[in-house]
Design a protein around this ligand. Structure first.
Ligand code: CA
Length: 228
């Protein structure tokens, strides 16, 4: 699916951080620093989401929002340093779908973007199946089944298994798992990941000393067992 995102924000530092986070999640991101440039680019490229700053050097974010609304029903997240409730209502009246106050955590923003795209996507099943066909990981339902039987997973365990599975054939290291799964304020160690892996293996592997689904790649990390 098309995952194009437009960021209209005059603070380049802010947009670059958001861009980096979103690109890591597989989005295609364009950044512009003024409202007019944003409207111009919006006319040329098919965007699914616009992240829009309220205070721009040329025209107000609200005005940009109204213009984009006339052009399409694109999703719009409004960013603003203002916190007053009246501003919030004004932003929503202009047609923004979500309203985020700055400074906003890029992680929270990314989570909101992911959940928005998940809603677009929910009709498309994202399911990973092990090579032997016995293990299925259903992203939309956040469910893991072994031999047709659903296995209870904690949210962290699910995210770890899903991250390893979606990188099929590639090694995922512990730092990547920590980044993908935990909050940025995560203060645990690599050991925490190892403990989770151990618990996941207990749930899905027939022989935890000879795992078939989560393979250890010594000194590097983990890999999904199956079609390479
Ligand atoms: Ca601004």
């Amino acid at each position: 699916m098309l995952k194009n995102v437009l960021i209209i924000e005059d603070e380049v530092k802010v947009s670059e951080v958001i861009k980096a986070y979103l690109e890591k999640e597989g989005y295609q991101v364009w950044c512009v620093t003024s409202g007019l440039k944003g409207i111009e680019l919006f006319g040329k490229i098919d965007f699914k989401l616009v992240i829009l700053d309220l205070l721009l050097p040329d025209i107000d974010g609200e005005e940009v929002c109204r213009v984009l609304r006339k052009m399409s029903d694109v999703y719009i997240f409004m960013l603003t340093a203002k916190v007053a409730l009246t501003d919030k209502i004004e932003g929503l009246n202009a047609g923004a779908d979500e309203y985020l106050t700055k400074p906003c955590s890029p992680r929270e923003l990314t989570a909101r973007v992911n959940s928005l795209f998940r809603r677009f996507d929910s009709s498309v099943p994202i399911i990973f199946i092990s090579k032997d066909g016995l293990l299925t990981i259903d992203y939309n339902k956040r469910a893991v089944k072994l031999k047709g039987q659903e296995i209870p997973f904690t949210p962290n365990e699910f995210d770890i298994l899903y991250t390893i599975a979606k990188n099929k054939g590639r090694v995922v290291n512990r730092e990547q798992l920590i980044e993908q799964v935990f909050d940025i304020s995560f203060e645990g160690s690599d050991r925490t990941i190892d403990v989770h892996i151990k618990n996941i293996r207990k749930k899905i592997e027939e022989d935890t000393r000879n795992p078939q689904y989560i393979l250890t790649v010594k000194k590097f990390g983990y890999k999904f067992g199956g079609d390479d």
